[in-house]
Design a protein. Structure first.
Length: 533
């Protein structure tokens, strides 16, 4: 087959007139077809290339002369009635005019080179166009994620925020289905759902979870039943993120389809915004809860301040003082000084635990004690009834140690009942040792029934009585050594004749110095009574 000579004058004219790329390609291809004496020709661009093989897929760009030419060609499909000429970035295909020769004739080199150059220019222009489109799409995508982030960031209600996050995620990706999961210990629990059913719970150790998050698997069995395509991202960071956002079945003109790479990027960006918003909402809820607890603590502390006596009753011939310092805002120690018809009732109690629960039990003890003292003297019956009341109105793990004493101001006789409390101490004038007022029964509320014994001791002029809680004797040094009862006795003996306020100050000073700056771990209470003379 003889090749026709190209019309160089026309080519030169085309170049001077600056005809657009596609028109220039069409004319060059037509001249190339004519030079090859072919009935038709087509130019294909190499659109896709598989890095793992040498197979190329070509898409038709320009046609000249008679056809038909397929819209796409796989490498090797161009045989038969077509001549194929590979060029950089594409493929030139010609249909012979008449019967095809056994071998394709050589292409007209000048025109082939011009076509290859024009093809490269067209490819670069289209790549630039596609890149600009991606950039513009990316800008719109980021603006959408930013606006959605602002919308959810303005919500501090955790439940409302979870609903908003799921709805926004489904909307951003045009998904038909969606589910939001929150981590609960080792498990993920369904928090919100959109568009159908979803699995209620699955393990954070499920081997299908990692492939789902990396886009390589469908996830745990039955995660979103009926969904053909899933896309999931983590909300938060770490090997076990605090939440998962799952979307299913992307809407398209042809029904539903898979999610693309850009969809995963968009959902990941949104999940980052959601993680921040959820953390802010969680911290806000914690702050509200903390504020509520602080208000409750303040109320409990105020109630407790009203329960504990302010000052001491005036009892001629006797000196009295009571002192209390809780380890927290409210404590579980209780003391009371109550005068009635020449008698003085002294009470020190210690509720297990601290905080609001202990303060409530202190209030229960205070009310019951005052009601019973209106009808009963200090003795076994009084303490037995207190035990029954505390046992019936408190939890099984709560109990109260208590020492209650009744002083006859005229005779100086001190009667007492000790229900599992620290031994009271009596320091005789001039003595170097203490008499202990030992326990005679179990703490209140520990078990129903119980047996208690009343004991008495006479007090002479100058004798000192000390009732205290274990926050004094169990005050710990940095090496965990306890202050102990002997140090307390030594302080009382040393300060025997000092004003009662100075004795309390001495106990306070010595326990704090012993602790060497360690935080106070238990409530501390001291009640002192001394007979004048």
């Amino acid at each position: 087959m003889a090749l026709a000579a190209p019309n160089w004058e026309e080519l030169e004219s085309l170049a001077r007139r600056e005809i657009g790329d596609r028109a220039y390609l069409e004319r060059l291809l037509d001249l190339w077809r004519g030079a090859l004496a072919a009935s038709g020709a087509a130019l294909y661009l190499d659109r896709e290339e598989d890095d793992d093989s040498t197979t190329h897929r070509y898409l038709r760009e320009v046609v000249a002369g008679e056809g038909p030419f397929p819209a796409a060609l796989e490498e090797g499909d161009e045989g038969g009635e077509l001549y194929a000429y590979p060029v950089p970035g594409g493929l030139l295909v010609a249909r012979p005019d008449g019967e095809a020769a056994t071998e394709a004739p050589p292409p007209p080199e000048p025109l082939t080179l011009l076509l290859a150059s024009a093809l490269r220019s067209l490819d670069l222009r289209q790549q630039l166009k596609r890149q600009r489109f991606r950039i513009n799409y990316r800008v719109v995508e980021l603006e959408s994620v930013y606006e959605v982030g602002l919308a959810i960031a303005s919500t501090l209600d955790l439940d409302q925020l979870s609903e908003e996050i799921l709805l926004r995620a489904v909307s951003l990706l045009d998904a038909r289905r969606g589910a939001l999961y929150r981590r609960d210990g080792e498990m993920y629990r369904l928090d919100r759902i959109f568009g159908g059913e979803a699995r209620e719970i699955f393990s954070g150790d499920d081997p299908a979870l990692e492939p789902l998050l990396s886009g390589r698997g469908p996830g745990p069995d039955g995660l979103i039943p009926g969904a053909k395509h899933l896309l999931a991202v983590a909300i938060g960071t770490g090997t076990r993120p605090p939440g998962l956002l799952v979307t299913g079945d992307k809407e398209s003109r042809h029904g539903v389809g898979p999610f693309g790479v850009s969809d995963r990027r968009t959902l990941s960006l949104f999940a980052n915004q959601a993680a921040i918003a959820l953390e802010n909402a969680r911290l806000h809820r914690q702050a509200l809860e903390k504020e509520r607890l602080e208000r409750e603590m303040e109320l409990a502390a105020e109630i407790q301040r009203q329960i504990l006596p302010v000052g001491a009753p005036d009892l001629p011939g006797w000196e009295l003082i009571g002192w209390n310092r809780p380890a927290r805002q409210v404590g579980g120690d209780y003391f009371d000084l109550r005068r009635r018809e020449g008698l003085l009732t002294l009470t020190v109690g210690d509720v297990t635990g601290k905080g609001i629960a202990a303060a409530l039990l202190v209030s229960t003890l205070h009310s019951a004690l005052h009601l019973l003292l209106d009808r009963l003297d200090v003795g076994p019956e009084l303490v037995t009834r207190l035990n029954s009341h505390v046992h019936d109105s408190s939890a099984s793990n709560k109990f109260i140690t208590l020492i209650v004493a009744e002083l006859d101001a005229a005779s100086g006789e001190l009667a007492y009942v000790n229900a599992g409390h620290n031994p009271g101490l009596v320091i005789r004038r001039g003595a170097k040792e203490a008499i202990e007022l030992q326990a005679s029964g179990l703490p209140l509320g520990l078990m129903p029934g119980g047996s208690y014994r009343r004991a008495t001791i006479p007090l002479e002029a100058g004798d000192l009585v000390c009732l205290y809680s274990d926050g004094i004797t169990e005050c710990a040094a940095p090496d965990d050594e306890e202050f102990g009862m002997q140090r307390l006795i030594d302080c009382l003996v040393e300060m025997e004749g000092a004003p009662l306020g100075e004795i309390v100050a001495c106990i306070d000073k010595q326990t704090q110095e012993f602790a060497e700056g360690q935080p106070q771990l238990d409530d501390q209470t001291v009640v002192l009574v001394r007979r004048a003379g």
